[in-house]
Ligand binder design. Sequence first.
Ligand code: PBG
Length: 332
Amino acid sequence: MPFPIERPRRLRRTATLRRMVRETTLSAADFVLPLFACGGKGVRREIKSMPGVAQLSVDGIVKEAKLAASVGVPAVILFGIPEDKDAEGSRGWDASGPVAVSVAEIKSALPEMLVITDVCMCEYTDHGHCGPLTRVKSGEACVDNDRTLDLLAREALCHARAGADIVAPSDMMDGRVGHIRAALDAEGFADIAILSYAAKYASAFYGPFREAAESAPKEGDRRGYQMDPANRREALREVRLDLDEGADMIMVKPALSYLDVIREVRDAVDVPVAAYNVSGEYSMVKAAAKAGMIDEERAMMEILLSIKRAGADFILTYHAIEAARALAKGPV
Ligand code: PBG
């Protein structure tokens, strides 16, 4: 037999041929843009560790949402930076706070845009944990799981009343999806969907986000409630529990170090699967590009494509607008 019969390179010869046999494609419609809403007017506070990302007052949030819509990005996810914080995180359900007002303003300016809200207490508590604490023992913070559930439900309701399309609990308390679902249904919000951060790992890659959201824990870390990066089976269990409690969509977070988890979850469930290309993943690309070490646009597109290839139906990413612009130039 003449060597070789099979020559995979035959299908790589030209750009047109490569495009025809491409297995995965990206589109602007795959992206969700995260935004950080703060009080005031005309405020734009750049996040040092995340070039191109800023805390924005509501007027700036609406502008950024319009920019996203203009390049074909269909959705945003909102995080809030409150004026003040307390041990319970009571600003989390402030009907006149930056998240609630941003939701209402985006929906009135851009009715077609999907508005997702992150539901968690860590931006609102003065200790920076994702719910009220029972104790901090030798560096280990213990968040009161069952007391947190009511607070999360209040926050989700506040966002739903403001007009959010989807609420996304990111706290990792047990039972929160069922609790939030029941609260939404009881108040007439049966149509509001829940995107649960089901498999959320205790990751070093959230570092820059905590600067952006001013939500770093003052003491201890989040390992008592977020998942151990070593665990794969546990991700499937978390996903199953959230689906049993009524989650409409589930998320794996972070994305890059967890591509195997995304794939496994995608194969195991029949609901939409999201992946969060988190702050540290974004900052690494920006820093390496600034140092002249990588081609920024190619690295960004390869990362987003790999998350999609792993099985994500959509991607939360700070690159959303620049990636949508790159796609508008033509196929990658
Ligand atoms: C809130 C929350 C976090 C992120 C999203 N929601 C931070 C955390 O858990 O500490 C991280 C997002 C990112 O790093 O881009 N709990």
